[in-house]
Design a protein around this ligand. Structure first.
Ligand code: PLP
Length: 412
């Protein structure tokens, strides 16, 4: 296929050389990028460099190294802010998407009363479901589900049907980790704010696949993990709109989040420091900044276009295999690199095991989205999740092996 995308096949092949993992596993077809992505050399070096040359506790020491560490940590915060269109003081470093979403739900404790409604969708990952189930249970609020259509698409109409004057919070995935398919965030946020509710987005998947601007989209909070964006594990980001951040309480208290402390009282540091009690994961933040610089150099739109081409290629071939049942839409543009499926008569775990025996890494199970699998009426699925660095050759191999799975399991 003729393409204007700068991420042409030959560029991708060269760029794969930036990822030591891909070089040390030349035979592996890594199709589990929704679980975690591989890391470019610049990210790996940044971790070594931090601990070898810079290691000191940021925000505390009066000596030169600690000041440098602080500067790098804060530079990482500023870079994250510009990457998602936020102000720097709206960026809180967390350990990952799950922690950020739990923080959000805990921060909403005082805002959510008995009888209030929290809206989530059937598509949610457990990380954006269980914290809200827990908040609803603790406060006597009601958890209300927005139903997707048969393709797993969340429409504005479906949201409208569930909104009420009791709706306080709407917490939605920016991109399902099972079907891809990002909802129309801008329209959704307009509707939610017209109803005076808050709009929180689980950006764990979206962040690696599309450019996002939280101010333009008018989102109140966004949580994501560094490791799904080519950065290190153990670092994540919670964007919290400034007005909201000024109102909500910190979840953890301790060192470095205060202004003053007396024997029985303390006052809070300004945002965002008040939300980052204790020693921060500065090496992780610096690694995440390197990862962001890496994807910025490639261009998020180029990444999205490349992934769309690959998804189209993958879907076309999968659809030509008669026993493949795809969850969600038949259109590649709805998947953003993520295709979950079942093979008639064969359990998802067996499919994944056979693929693994041929050096193809995919995910099988409910992918921490049990409610969505219940909606589709299947106990599990196999998930192929692509990154821009995957190749058509890898897809060809996957299809070749997939075509043999039913035969190997004793079916026609
Ligand atoms: C949509 C979605 N939300 C949240 C998470 C949780 O991310 P983490 O485990 O990095 O906290 C994931 C992880 O797979 C995800 O796919």
């Amino acid at each position: 296929m003729e393409t204007k995308n700068i991420l042409r096949d030959e560029v991708v092949l060269r760029r794969r050389g930036d990822f030591p993992f891909l070089s040390t596993h030349p035979e592996l077809v890594y199709f589990d990028n929704a679980a975690t992505t591989q890391k470019p050399q610049s990210v790996l070096w940044s971790q070594q460099n931090w601990y070898q040359n810079l290691n000191s506790n940021p925000l505390r020491g009066m000596y030169d190294l600690s000041a440098k560490a602080t500067a790098q940590y804060e530079r990482a915060r500023a870079l994250v802010a510009s990457f998602i269109g936020a102000n720097t003081d709206e960026i809180i470093f967390t350990s990952g998407a799950t922690m950020g979403l739990n923080f959000l739900a805990l921060m909403q404790t005082a805002n959510c009363q008995k009888g209030d409604e929290i809206l989530v969708s059937v598509l949610e990952h457990h990380a954006n479901l269980l914290p809200w189930q827990e908040l609803a249970r603790r406060n006597g609020a009601r958890l209300v589900y927005i139903e997707p259509d048969e393709n797993g698409f969340l429409s504005v109409d479906a949201l409208t049907r569930q909104m009420s004057t009791r709706t306080k919070i709407v917490a939605l995935t920016g991109m399902s980790n099972v079907v891809g398919n990002p909802p129309a965030l801008k329209h959704i946020s307009q509707l939610i704010h017209k109803n005076n509710a808050l709009f929180f987005v689980d950006g764990a998947q979206l962040i690696a696949h599309q450019a996002i601007n939280v101010h333009a989209l008018d989102i109140d909070a966004l949580s994501f993990s560094g490791h799904k964006l080519y950065g290190p594990m153990g670092i994540g980001v919670l964007y919290l709109r400034r007005q909201l951040a000024e109102q909500v309480p910190p979840i953890f208290v301790g060192g470095e989040m205060i202004s003053e402390v007396t024997r029985d009282h303390f006052t809070l540091a300004p945002i965002p420091q008040r939300f980052e009690a204790g020693t921060v994961n500065a090496a992780g933040a610096v690694g995440l900044a390197k990862a962001i610089e890496y994807v910025q150099e490639l261009g998020m739109n180029n990444i999205a276009a490349r992934e769309q081409e690959l998804t189209m290629y993958l879907l076309q071939q999968m659809q030509s295999l008669p026993a493949v049942q795809i969850l969600g839409s038949a259109n590649a543009s709805d998947h953003c690199g993520l295709v979950s499926f079942n093979l008639a008569d064969v359990h998802a775990h067996d499919v994944a095991t056979i693929l693994a025996s041929e050096g193809i890494a995919v995910r099988a199970g409910h992918h921490c989205a049990a409610v969505l699998h219940q909606f589709f009426g299947v106990p599990a699925s196999v998930r192929v999740s692509l990154s821009w660095y995957n190749t058509r050759g890898e897809i060809d191999k996957f299809i070749r092996v997939l075509a043999t799975v039913r035969g190997r399991m004793g079916y026609e």
